[in-house]
Design a protein around this ligand. Sequence first.
Ligand SMILES: [Zn+2]
Length: 198
Amino acid sequence: MSHDYKAGPLERGPRGGFTRHSGDPHTIVEHYSWTVPGDGTDMARIAKWHEARSFNGPGYHMLVHEDGTREFGRPLWARGAHVGGHNDRTIGVCWLGGRNRGSEDGHDTRTDAQKHELEAIYSELRAQFPSIKRVVGHRDLTATQCPGYDVAAARAKKKHQPTPKDTPPVTRPDPPESPAGALAAIWRALVAFFARSK
Ligand SMILES: [Zn+2]
């Protein structure tokens, strides 16, 4: 029976048990599937491709569909097979897409739903593993186009966009607290006005 990757990770690969990380994860590595968006790719299909490359089932830990649906692959405690030489203590998160029909180039084709879900996953993983220090793109670790854009730069830019919460409150001068104070304020304003007009 085939595994339901939407329900949870594969606890054991078709070639046997997975290898544990040597410690808590320190890095999240973002990938694209380099498939044309909407072509029906899912974790089960990726698992078949990875098994054909002698991997022990799917190499990624998570997959995000165009509509934001999440699928699981390897359990978080297990090393993935997603970035050569960096699979220990890293979590591989992949989004579906990255390729335009007829093109070999990798692109950032993420939908808003995917961007939202990726950030949700990163927050959850950071909460679960305070040891996680950074989110990088596959291409930051090895020579590849994946995931088709500069992950760190895009995430830093997003963080610096002002949100309504960050906007400073509008400051108004305090009103005079008494009628006498109001008269004194008018008097000071008149004195200042005539002083300037001399
Ligand atoms: Zn990749």
